[in-house]
Ligand binder design. Structure first.
Ligand SMILES: [Zn+2]
Length: 125
């Protein structure tokens, strides 16, 4: 069996984003599995979360990092998001801000943003 390697995604709960995000991360991080942490409008949630809310997210990320050895975290925003119904520009701003907040805590890991646009294709920001 090939070695199991993991990356971590902070994604929206929206079913339309799951497969494109997993496919992109597997290629980008060269891993076999993606641990998926979801919340409606995750990008906006992370950009605006208070410290207590962030702690809950950190607890989930820590399991992926400590138990699965993930070295890559991805933060996803997408088109037509019901949980964070803002413009594409604002999504990208929220993703950028969320990446900075997650980087502050996980400075040894790579932290990247992903945008899933109106063709449901995922791209690294
Ligand atoms: Zn969404």
């Amino acid at each position: 069996m090939t070695k199991q390697t993991f990356a971590t995604a902070l994604n929206c709960m929206d079913g339309r984003t799951q497969e494109p995000v997993i496919d992109l991360i597997k290629k980008d991080a060269n891993v076999t599995f993606v641990d998926m942490i979801t919340y409606p409008g995750m990008d906006g949630f992370l950009a605006n979360a208070n410290e207590d809310d962030l702690k809950q997210i950190f607890r989930m990320i820590d399991i992926s990092v400590e138990k699965h050895g993930s070295q890559h975290i991805y933060i996803v925003g997408h088109f037509d998001c019901a949980g964070n119904p803002v413009s594409e520009e604002q999504h990208k701003e929220d993703i950028r801000k969320a990446v900075q907040r997650i980087k502050e805590r996980y400075s040894d890991l790579t932290v990247k943003g992903i945008w899933v646009g109106n063709t449901w294709t995922a791209e690294i920001l």
